[in-house]
Design a protein around this ligand. Structure first.
Ligand code: DGP
Length: 126
C-alpha cells in the first residue's frame, strides 16, 4: 500500500470538527481522544494532526517538531490517565498499520490501553 492519504477518513473528520470526540489532550501537532469502542477502562487514541497514514509514513515524512510533539503527547496522555509505571501499573501502546496490521482507520493512531491487565499481546490469526 502506498502512502496515499484519504482525507475523508473518520479521524480527518474529527480533526476538522465534523465529528465530535471526547478530547483528552490537544497540542500544537497532536490530538488525543477516547476510543468510541473502548476495550479497557482506559482506551485513548493519539493522532498527529498532519496527514499521515501510519507510523512508518509519519517517521519518514513528519518534521522533527511533529515527532517530538507526538511522542511527548503520548507520554502526557499516560500521565493524565494515571497509568504510567511511575504512578500505576502500566499500559499497552498499539499502532496498527495496513492490511496485515488490521488497521481500520487510515490515519496514524496509537491506542493507549490501561486500567486493567490487557492480556496476551497477539491473539491467534483471524
Ligand atoms: P484501528 O483498528 O487500529 O484502525 O482502530 C480504529 C479505532 O478507531 C477503533 O478502536 C474504533 C475507533 N473509532 C472508530 N470510529 C471512531 C469514531 O468516530 N470516534 C472515535 N472516538 N473512535 C472511533
Amino acid at each position: 500500500m502506498a502512502y496515499t492519504y484519504d482525507d475523508q477518513n473518520i479521524f480527518a473528520k474529527i480533526l476538522r470538527g465534523e465529528i465530535p470526540n471526547t478530547t483528552v489532550l490537544e497540542t500544537e501537532h497532536s490530538l488525543a481522544f477516547r476510543d468510541l469502542y473502548p476495550q479497557a477502562p482506559v482506551h485513548v487514541l493519539v493522532i498527529p494532526k498532519g496527514p499521515y497514514v501510519s507510523y512508518d509514513h509519519f517517521a519518514a515524512h513528519a518534521s522533527d517538531a511533529e515527532i517530538v510533539d507526538y511522542t511527548r503527547a503520548i507520554g502526557e496522555v499516560c500521565k493524565l490517565e494515571g497509568i504510567t509505571i511511575d504512578a500505576s501499573d502500566g499500559f499497552r501502546m498499539i499502532s496498527n498499520a495496513g492490511d496485515h496490521g488490521v488497521q481500520e482507520v487510515p490515519h496514524l493512531h496509537v491506542h493507549i490501553l490501561g486500567g486493567r491487565r490487557i492480556g496476551r499481546m497477539v491473539q491467534p490469526a483471524g
